[in-house]
Design a protein around this ligand. Structure first.
Ligand code: SAH
Length: 375
């Protein structure tokens, strides 16, 4: 009996403010209660209806009977030697995802997942070994932020990157709904300028996202300068949208003033890290208001790929810089606990990345500018 009742309960994390207003009215609560509930969830961060003390006891009892408010379950929490923390989170159906918290002197960035597993099959990414389990719901995307913010009460999450498990633009409607709540004044109120959505390059969805309601930053994982190599390392997406289709679409887009697209480029030793690649990258991106974010490959034991030498990375970076491209090099964060870009998998793993030389961690990762960024 209890179980049946629980199944009919509304998870109020799934509701927008307008939907919450309709919901409370159906429970015969006053419409303005919706705003108060929103404030308890998003401003005060409670995860329990009983804590909403400016609601009358009766209203709280009615809500408890008909609604649930539960954050995600923290299965494990691992801390890197550099302060980065990886959370393995459990969803209500048993699936698991990972989120990564990256403290920096002036910001606290949370890297969140948008799918359990991933739609794509990029051969250099550990998440791809998982295959797609399912898309996350909007409340599970927001739930990552709320759950982890509650765990770090002394410091507010200032930036969010959708660069964890999954392809955000393959789950565009849930991502848009979540971002609306994350950015809205009644919600978490994080500026869209502090949010970055990263895509492997789904062209129609890029256009839909840029015409959508949340003007967040967009990063495109280009990762290769020829279709031969891109087909090899990002087979699914590049067969659908080869390099020229992707870049042609980006050239046509009118970006908001002072905004640039970021091209992410994972540097894989002897695959895409040559000086010819760097020269092609300059040519390919000509005519697009952009910056380049180089990500030296983050190694994991089942991968055949290797990170280029520091010398090779420097040469690549210098060529782009000398050609006038704003180029940043991502500093690896959390590689020792497999929390860096492309190392997430959503499994309970006690595996620690021991085969890496952690003395000089490079590879999320905050961008280190080598040329001044103008915006
Ligand atoms: N699917 C989205 C977001 C998830 S991946 C996308 O493709 O953009 C986030 C970033 O990590 C992408 O730029 C991806 O190319 C990069 N990445 C994936 N695996 C990596 C690895 N092992 N080392 C370094 N970067 C990696």
């Amino acid at each position: 009996m209890v179980c049946c009742k629980a199944m009919t309960k509304q998870n109020i994390l799934a509701l927008s403010l307008t939907e919450m207003e309709v919901f409370v009215e159906t429970l015969r609560l006053k419409k303005y209660r919706a705003k108060q509930i929103f404030s308890w969830i998003y401003k005060k961060g409670v995860n329990n209806i009983d804590e909403m003390t400016d609601l009358s006891k009766e209203d709280r009892a009615t809500l408890c009977e008909n609604a649930t408010l539960s954050h995600l379950q923290i299965i494990t929490r691992q801390k890197s030697t550099d302060g980065t923390e990886k959370f393995l989170l459990g969803l209500s159906d048993g699936n698991q995802i990972e989120s990564v918290l990256i403290p920096e002197p002036k910001r606290l960035t949370l890297c969140i997942s948008t799918q359990a597993g991933c739609t794509l099959d990029c051969t250099f990414c550990r998440t791809a070994e998982e295959k797609l389990k399912r898309n996350l719901k909007a409340e599970e995307i927001i739930g990552q932020v709320l759950t982890i913010q509650k765990e770090t009460p002394d410091c507010r999450i200032s930036n969010i990157v959708l660069m964890g498990m999954g392809e955000p633009l393959a789950n565009l409607s849930a991502v848009t709904e979540a971002l609306q709540r994350i950015t809205s004044p009644g919600g978490l109120e994080i500026s869209p300028r502090r949010i970055t959505v990263s895509t492997a390059g789904l062209v129609p969805q890029i256009e839909a996202f840029l015409n959508g309601p949340v003007p967040a930053n967009l990063s495109i994982s280009l990762n290769a300068t020829t279709d031969t190599v891109r087909n090899q390392i990002m087979p699914k997406v590049n067969r659908l949208y080869p390099i020229h289709t992707l870049l042609r679409a980006l050239k046509k887009i009118t970006l908001p003033k002072r905004r640039r697209v970021t091209f992410e480029y994972v540097l894989l030793r002897d695959i895409n890290d040559s000086i010819e690649d760097a020269r092609r990258l300059v040519r390919l991106t000509h005519g697009i208001r952009c910056k380049i974010n180089l990500i030296p490959f983050n190694e994991f034991s089942s991968s055949p790929y290797r990170r280029p030498t520091d010398e090779q990375i420097k040469q690549f970076q210098t060529l782009l810089h000398d050609a006038g491209l704003t180029t940043t090099l991502r500093k690896s964060r959390g590689r020792d606990i497999l929390a860096a870009c492309g190392q997430l998998q959503g499994t309970t793993s006690t595996h620690i990345n021991r085969n890496l030389n952690m003395a000089a961690p490079m590879g999320y990762q905050s961008p280190e500018p080598i040329a001044a960024q103008t915006d």
